[in-house]
Design a protein around this ligand. Sequence first.
Ligand code: HAM
Length: 420
Amino acid sequence: MEKITAIRGFKDILPEDTGVFWKIESIARSVFDSFGFREIRVPIMEKTDLFKRSIGETTDIVEKEMYTFSDRDNEHITLRPEATASVIRAYIEHNMFASETVTKLFTIGPMFRRERPQRGRFRQFNQIDVELFGENKPQSDAEIIFMLMHFLKRVGLLNVQLEINSLGCPACRPDFSKAVVAFLQGSEKNLCPDCQRRIHTNPLRVFDCKVETCAVTIASAPSILEFLCLECNDHFEHVKALLHDLNTPFITNARMVRGLDYYTRTAFEVKTNDLGAQNAIAGGGRYNGLVRDLGGPEIPGIGFAVGFERLVSCLPAEDNNKFKMDLFIAALGAKAQKMAFHLTNQLRTHDISADMDFADKSLKAQLKKADKFNSSFALIFGDKEIEEKQVLLRNMQTKEQQNIPLDDLVNPLIKIIKER
Ligand code: HAM
């Protein structure tokens, strides 16, 4: 029969790779906990309007990349392309702002974007997402960026570059947009059809275009930093000074606009040279109007998301996720097999990882299997040992062997294994 394969851009994370995901998750939990963030889990599907209203109707994500369906009752639903909108929806829906002025949340899970799959770019991928609500001070920008860089360092990622920018606010950005439109007028023929359209719908998106001629054209456009209002400029200068204080190196990239429309003021990305074209490991920024735009109160916010798969692929390959086991029970003969079955399951309830072979193969074959499982010990017995009321425990590394009385087997075994 023809085999059914996974959907293009959707990939399995195999047992030999899940260990590194676990490890990174546990570092994330510990780092975020020190900075006062708590975990929230939100659904992977939301009403389509949530993403349209937050990410922006004229972004690539909303225009081209969302998995949107009509549910059976004709409700428009979307597999989340990112987590920020969902976390804000939950923050508003559960009135979290009513009980605390600052709320710090994180969530980890799959996101879905129908992009063209390539190295480091998938249609289902995982993000580690962090959001902070209720604080507009530059200290919170610096703190969240510092936490991101500290987390990446703890994970073992060293060869990265932090880029920051300010995207202004509704008071100053419109002037910048106008200046970009004026700059592009007359150069339309050098732009791709998408960007020719973007001039009228969302001019800042031209900065994000990967088409060579668009990138060349926009390269000499005015800088947003020259258009910042006094407050936005002060904020940005303060964030930069605080990052210096925290010994967090960065470069200012005035062309970085991010691919989502909700950002105001500080925006940042962490890039690596190890990933080819998909060089962003993490991205984020401030979104001061978004909680309000999604129906909540006027509460500022800032956050970031790390691309889990991209992070993993930048780390040196480790061999530490080899399957390991405490004890393999090699039982020879029907009577021994019956006892071994009981013993294996009993030991497992004491947090000892144990296994056996039900096929009652030769001792040699069973010990081979113990080796394959990377078992620390093998317990060997057959009819003769049962009659003599003692079994043989072999240390699979040192090959040392010892007898253990059959009548009092479980507790001594647990002790030896745990003390190893
Ligand atoms: P983003 O820049 O769209 O931001 O995504 C964050 C990270 O997710 C990227 O830097 C990248 O590492 C990873 N990523 C994105 N798309 C893919 C893909 N197709 N395959 C693999 N990895 C991918 C956001 O999603 C914002 N919600 C971040 C944020 C949180 N801003 C404020 N709070």
